[in-house]
Design a protein around this ligand. Structure first.
Ligand SMILES: [Fe+2]
Length: 201
């Protein structure tokens, strides 16, 4: 009987030992994120900053035409991109990930039509959704439940990337619908801002 209990204990010990390798524990002491997850988070940080710069460019495009409401709309959208960047930068720090800021590509769109920025915004947001979903997939694959919980969270302070992204994509599609409808831009810009504000209340 005593021998049996000893055997069970030994089996349990070896089962625990075999599941988590020493090298993994040593790596997790330095940073809680895998190299791949750090890479994707840094890619996202860069992407959010790039979106910020794109939306600021659109704000300039509309502002210089005297469409002050659309200028403000894109300024606010840019602020949100900066916030998403902050969430990621803070999360990387929290996880002890060491990184340097990547180069942000210049904005090189030809803006020759008022509808183009709205089309580009929808495309950008779809791309952003796909990039965020790749991080969710990886977190699940790696059983990195801390990152998974952070991605799926609903906290304006620490982050709510997935939930926020659903909202961003939806408002971008609504804004494009309004932009493509008939009517003067002075009327349409007010409708776009109303849709945006109601979404954010
Ligand atoms: Fe974003």
């Amino acid at each position: 009987m005593i021998f049996k209990e000893k055997q069970v204990q030994e089996n349990l010990n070896s089962a625990v030992d075999s599941k988590i390798s020493t090298s993994k524990i040593e790596r997790l002491r330095v940073c809680t994120l895998s190299d791949k997850m750090q890479e994707l988070l840094l890619r996202q940080l860069k992407h959010e900053l790039q979106n910020h710069n794109i939306y600021r460019t659109f704000a300039n495009f509309f502002g210089t035409q005297g469409l002050a409401v659309l200028e403000e709309y894109y300024r606010l959208r840019a602020e949100e991109e900066k916030l998403h960047h902050d969430w990621i930068a803070n999360y990387l720090n929290e996880c002890d990930a060491v990184y340097s800021y990547p180069e942000i590509p210049a904005v090189k769109y030809e803006l020759n039509d008022n509808i183009v920025p709205f089309q580009l915004t929808v495309d950008k947001e779809i791309e952003t959704t796909m990039l965020i979903y790749e991080m969710v997939d990886l977190a699940q694959e790696e059983k990195d439940w801390r990152t998974w919980k952070w991605l799926m969270g609903d906290d304006n302070e620490s982050g709510r990337l997935v939930a926020e992204q659903i909202e961003e994509e939806t408002i971008s599609r609504t804004a494009l619908d309004i932009a493509e409808s008939d009517g003067s831009w002075l009327r349409k810009e007010k409708s776009i801002m109303n849709a945006y504000k109601n979404d954010n209340d």
